[in-house]
Design a protein around this ligand. Structure first.
Ligand code: DX5
Ligand code: ZN
Length: 216
């Protein structure tokens, strides 16, 4: 089953509740990009805003942490209201012991995920695949919306799918009606899209266009 997660990074930050409402009937998750200005050269929002979004969202959240030391913040996201329907995903390079962070997230009942930057090789995360609910493969350098899809990353998607039929493979960066089918053919089943959806005058029809482009 293919799922779509619009990224709030491209939404109007003063109107997040309206953005969530605008996609509630056609998307599957709400993707929240947390950036700390250190792990990536951009700054967005943290647990208080994620908690506020959680309160107004009928859809589960796909929380993508682009921050250093994500382990320090797990409790804040739990206190913000994340539950067993939501993903909490961190970048494998952001902690010395990613396995420990995965099991701590698992213990809270939230679904753990790992995110993979373009320069991170398959070998660096293959041992973690069976421990997580999502592998989020980045097809742009993390930090900004509206960048060009990196086709080379599809090899990692295929290798991850070969390793596990069950894990959710998220694909994040440059996804639109022209690239979505490439991601799906490689084995991705969660399409994350920011500018293609919230940069569109009608986010709902943007989602419909993406679904049509992959024959749904
Ligand atoms: C980038 C973020 C993405 C971003 C994608 O670091 O992780 O989720 O919103 O934006 P688009 O879809 O515009 O490439
Ligand atoms: Zn993201």
């Amino acid at each position: 089953m293919l799922k779509i997660a619009p990224s709030l990074l491209s939404a109007d930050m003063a109107r997040l509740a309206e953005a969530v409402e605008s996609i509630a009937s056609s998307a599957d998750y709400v993707h929240c990009d947390v950036m700390d200005g250190h792990f990536v050269p951009n700054l967005t929002f943290g647990a208080p805003v994620v908690g506020a979004v959680k309160k107004v969202s009928s859809l589960p959240l796909d929380v993508h942490l682009m921050i250093e030391h994500p382990g320090r913040w797990i409790k804040d996201y739990l206190d913000a209201g994340l539950d067993s329907e939501d993903f909490l995903t961190f970048h494998v390079e952001a902690e010395f012991d990613p396995e420990a962070i995965i099991s701590r997230i698992r213990q809270t009942g939230v679904r753990p995920g790992i995110a993979i930057k373009p320069n991170t090789s398959f070998e660096q995360f293959e041992g973690l695949i069976e421990l997580v609910d999502q592998v989020l493969i980045m097809t742009v350098e993390p930090g900004f919306g509206g960048q060009k899809f990196m086709h080379d990353m599809l090899t990692k998607v295929k290798m991850t799918r070969q390793m596990s039929k069950l894990v959710v493979i998220g694909i994040d960066g440059g996804i639109d009606k022209n690239t979505a089918h490439l991601a799906v053919e490689a084995g991705a089943d969660l399409l994350i899209a920011g500018s293609a959806i919230f940069g569109h005058s009608d986010p709902q029809s943007a989602i419909a266009e993406i679904r049509r482009s992959i024959g749904e």
